[in-house]
Ligand binder design. Structure first.
Ligand SMILES: *Cc1c(COP(=O)(O)O)cnc(C)c1O
Length: 396
């Protein structure tokens, strides 16, 4: 992969007429080290947030050994890129064929479920072995999160006892899992969810070997500045310690966004300006799906060799397709003299950005280059600077 210093270097060298993804492996590695070292349990990467093989290798090299996969295609992908990775099939509704292939061909032993039917399916598709790790997905509130995951999956905690007991019978290790929703803005999301799960375990009277607190750990975006991740980890740790579980029980988490949001940004070109609306060459069917469909806000920067001196103004963006819905309200703050032909970098698109891209209407390029500069925002920088100072002092 070609390497440049930053977005300006890419714009100057390539003058790209199609959007270019800029990746920062150092930022993803830093996030991975942070989780691997500081989360008080095991961190597994939720592959759907960004399945890029380069990113998977980066996370692996930085200490992430477990991967949360949700489809047989993700199972095959991670297995081919990382032959020694541990894969956990955490989609509660799977096809029997996917379960069979995952178990027999790819060594998957951990599966999630939220109904008796799914439990029966897993047992049948794997031939009722004695080495299944089964995680019962419990429905918890998404009240503290920007994107809800509270309706689609999960057995209600008050109704979970029979399923927990049945899964206990069929498993070598029994786990409970949940997802508080994506971009959880408060550690209380986890405290509240664990309290709910605790009640379900007590009612069922089962021994639990794994507590998996799922994803939802936040990144930083305009208007969304979460508490430090250490406070989330502390809240999870405290609530976990207080659970009625065996002394050897394991604590897991499944971060997607928090591990890869800082990994990528996109360099786009302005094709036309109408008032404070810019027509750019990437959009709702490309890496800006969330900006268009859930009004997610991303940071932006005008990329010019001579920095503009104009005052910043609020802009909205149209993507390249002919669809009216290909519109990103933003606001995106850019210098007021931005014009057709200018390049703009849109940041924090490593999670649910590249992964959402389609080729609709003939748009959707996937050229990717590496850049060495810092992401526009970071949850991990201060920590890294601290670590660097320590290592420099150590060397002297
Ligand atoms: C999407 C998903 C994740 C990752 O969620 P983030 O909010 O990106 O951390 C983790 N676990 C499951 C089961 C998911 O569906």
């Amino acid at each position: 992969m070609r390497k440049y210093h930053n977005a300006l270097g890419v714009a100057a060298a390539l003058r790209p007429a199609s959007p270019v993804t800029l990746v920062r492996p150092h930022a993803a590695a830093r996030a991975a080290r942070f989780f691997a070292q500081r989360f008080p349990g095991l961190s597994m990467y939720a592959v759907k947030a960004n399945p890029s093989p380069d990113l998977l290798r980066t996370l692996w090299n930085a200490g992430i050994t477990h991967y949360d996969v949700a489809s047989i295609t993700e199972v095959r992908l991670v297995r081919s890129v990382l032959p020694d990775a541990k894969l956990c099939f955490m989609h509660p509704v799977k096809s029997a064929e996917a379960i069979t292939e995952a178990y027999f061909e790819h060594g998957v032993r951990t599966f999630s479920l939220d109904t008796q039917e799914e439990l029966d399916k897993i047992v049948e598709a794997t031939g009722a072995p004695d080495d299944l790790w089964l995680c019962v997905r419990i429905r918890v509130s998404s009240d503290h999160s920007e994107l809800s995951l509270a309706s689609k999956f999960g057995v209600r905690a008050e109704e979970a006892a029979p399923l927990l007991m049945a899964a206990r019978q069929a498993s070598d290790a029994l786990g409970v899992c949940f997802h508080v929703g994506s971009q959880a803005m408060s550690p209380a999301a986890y405290t509240n969810a664990i309290a709910l799960v605790r009640a379900a375990i007590v009612e069922a009277g089962v021994t639990v070997d794994v507590v998996d607190v799922g994803g939802g750990f936040p990144s930083v975006y305009p208007g969304m500045d979460p508490a430090p991740l250490d406070l989330y980890f502390q809240a999870v740790h405290d609530a976990f310690e207080d659970m009625p579980i065996s002394y050897s029980a394991e604590l897991w988490c499944e971060p997607g966004r928090a591990l890869c949001a800082e990994y990528a940004s996109v360099l786009v070109r302005v094709e036309q300006r109408k008032g404070n609306t810019l027509y750019i060459n990437d959009g709702a069917y490309g890496s800006l799906f969330d900006a268009a469909h859930v009004a997610w806000r991303f940071p932006s920067a005008l990329i010019r060799s001579e920095p503009s001196e104009a005052e910043f103004e609020a802009f909205d963006l149209y993507g390249p397709t002919c669809d009216d819905m290909d519109h990103m309200d933003g606001p995106f703050y850019l210098p007021g003299d931005v014009k057709a032909g200018d390049f703009i970098e849109i940041g924090m698109l490593g999670a649910y950005g590249a992964a959402m891209r389609t080729a609709f209407n003939g748009f959707g390029s996937s050229e990717t280059v590496e850049v060495a500069d810092e992401p526009m925002f970071s949850l991990y920088r201060e920590d890294e600077q601290g670590a660097e100072i320590i290592s420099i002092t150590g060397r002297n």
